[in-house]
Design a binder for this molecule. Structure first.
Ligand SMILES: *[C@@H]1O[C@H](CO)[C@@H](O)[C@H](O)[C@H]1NC(C)=O
Length: 307
């Protein structure tokens, strides 16, 4: 009986391992000034490609590719590095209040696991007090048939540090607009929110609707460090899920920063050449059928041990 149990247990963990591999990873990465000069450093590009190839969908921020060469180079290297998948890209225009400083929101995604079913550039109203954002969110809707949730909307945001509190609160309005516009509850907000340390004072958090609304789940908590520098510890980069239904389809405790310095055995100096931020990531559960198959196996193992 005992050996049968052990056999079942190993079988079970193998099956769970397979399921783990097919979980769907969503990432967000502030690449810190990604453009021409970074794209010419081959060691940096190799690390970036390794990081992005872990994700089914990866939101890139601080893409400052004014010559329009760095992103195509990154995509070419990514597709030749990971030949098991194919990657495509959907990107915003260059956004920013001044012509001299602009960034793009870029979503890199695997065409074999996900398709883009909609995109919407939130309008930039410069006419006065309604102009909340330095970089208005570029919102994308995805369909991912192998996930339990099937379809979801990503609202990206890289806040201007000095206005982080105001921009985060305004993001709540964007959420309401998108829920109505696309008639969906499955919305995730993610990015470098600058949501910690000196940019988001503790005393102001109670005024931010994105924080106080009980229907929003902040998956990266305040005590997490998303910065590379060992001298700093701030939870700037966040993932927020809207609604109980979407939250239930997140793999529990899977949201975390990806410490690429440790994973790829880099020195702090080498890691900082890549970015001063860690990417943050979360896993979405795979389709329900496989999950219930696992449940059945757990049940079987349980019956065998108890009999
Ligand atoms: C912060 O917000 C104010 C008011 O909307 C705006 O004038 C200013 O340019 C913003 N700062 C940055 C860095 O975007």
């Amino acid at each position: 009986m005992r050996s049968l149990f052990l056999f079942l247990l190993s079988f079970l963990s193998a099956v769970c391992g397979i399921q783990g591999a097919s979980d769907f990873r969503i990432c967000s990465f502030n690449m810190q000034h990604f453009g021409d000069s970074k794209s010419k450093k081959s060691n940096v590009m190799q690390t970036l490609v390794k990081i992005i190839s872990r994700c089914d969908v990866c939101l890139l921020q601080e893409v400052r590719d004014s010559k329009h060469t760095a992103l195509p180079a990154l995509m070419a290297q990514l597709n030749s590095y990971d030949t098991n998948n194919h990657y495509d890209v959907v990107a915003s225009e260059r956004l920013g209040r001044s012509d001299s400083y602009q960034e793009q929101y870029v979503f890199v995604y695997r065409t074999n696991t996900v398709t883009v079913t909609g995109q919407y550039q939130y309008p930039d109203d410069r006419s006065g007090d309604v102009d909340a954002f330095a970089r208005e969110p570029f919102i994308v809707r995805f369909k991912a048939p192998k996930t339990a949730i099937k379809e979801f909307v990503l609202i990206p945001q890289h806040t201007a540090p000095a206005n982080a509190t105001k921009e985060l609160d305004a993001l709540y309005d964007v959420l309401q607009v998108m829920k109505r516009k696309w008639r969906t509850e499955n919305v995730m907000l993610l990015g470098d929110f600058n949501a910690d340390c000196s940019y988001l004072a503790k005393k102001n958090r109670g005024k931010v609707r994105l924080i106080t609304d009980q229907n929003l789940y902040w998956l990266i908590s305040d005590d997490i460090d998303t910065t590379v520098r060992s001298s700093t510890s701030c939870a700037y980069d966040r993932i927020v899920v809207h609604g109980e239904k979407f939250y239930q389809q997140v793999v529990p405790s899977s949201a975390k920063p990806f410490d690429f310095q440790a994973a790829y055995q880099l020195t702090e100096e080498q890691a900082l050449e890549v970015s001063d931020h860690y990417p943050v990531e979360v896993l979405m559960k795979a389709t329900a059928s496989r999950v219930s198959f696992n449940l059945l196996l757990i049940l079987l193992a349980f019956i065998f041990t108890c009999s």
